[in-house]
Ligand binder design. Structure first.
Ligand code: GRF
Length: 218
């Protein structure tokens, strides 16, 4: 069972979706600890209500790396294997990212590399795209930038405002994050440049090229 460390700052709906999937046996992982930098985050109350180990680690007044060192120590203490950013509204220091190489996942409410940063759904709407969605990706030292694990799309409808679009994307986020955690926990992937290749993809491609070799040969 992969031990997850959840970092959040707010509502926590992605965390709740992950916790629910674990509880009903749809995701083989366990939540080792939930850490929030915001004491009042609804996600904290939800974690406590589930009886999960929950830590509040306010970042106020601390240098970024100093706070990150404390968080990293807490994650290590809980023997966390995968760090899951679930609405964690803090930039991570390069030091923190280096502690967990290819072990930190984030979800972003757009089809990256379009619309990184804040208010991604409003950015998408203002830009006038016809399709948006969400992206689960590895975290590297740049904002919303690491290799993409998976994406899910939704249509942008004429009557949408940023709230209706965000709600449509959120439904997909709740599916995508657990899928991505499952894929990465399985270890059946490799990262080639920016591409995350899963064994099924690799096998599929090999089979395809085998077929074409055979058909050419025949
Ligand atoms: C989500 O839209 C996620 O994509 C973004 O922050 C939001 C967090 O929502 N990174 P929640 O706290 O999980 O409900």
């Amino acid at each position: 069972m992969t031990r997850l460390g959840i970092l959040l700052s707010g509502r926590g709906s992605n965390f709740i979706a992950i916790a629910d999937n674990i509880a009903r046996g749809a995701l083989a992982a366990e939540i080792a600890v939930v850490i929030s930098n915001q004491p009042q985050a609804p996600g904290v109350a939800a974690a406590q209500a589930r009886g999960l180990p929950t830590l509040i680690m306010p970042s106020k007044g601390l240098q970024r790396e100093e706070h990150d060192r404390r968080v990293a120590a807490a994650l290590a203490e809980s023997e966390v294997e995968l760090v899951i950013l679930a609405g964690y509204m803090r930039l991570l220091s390069p030091w923190f990212v280096r502690q967990f190489p290819e072990r930190i996942l984030n979800i972003h409410p757009s089809l990256l590399p379009a619309f990184p940063g804040l208010d991604a759904q409003k950015q998408a709407l203002d830009y006038g795209v016809a399709v948006s969605g969400c992206t689960v990706h590895f975290v590297d030292e740049n904002l919303d930038h690491g290799p993409i694990i998976l994406q899910k799309t939704v249509p942008v409808l004429p009557a949408d405002d940023e709230h209706t679009l965000a709600a449509r994307i959120l439904v997909q986020e709740h599916i995508a994050y657990s899928e991505a955690i499952s894929l990465i926990s399985s270890g059946r992937y490799r990262i080639q440049g920016r591409r995350v290749l899963f064994e099924t993809d690799i096998a599929g491609k090999a089979a395809q090229s085998d077929n074409s070799t055979h058909s050419t040969g025949l």
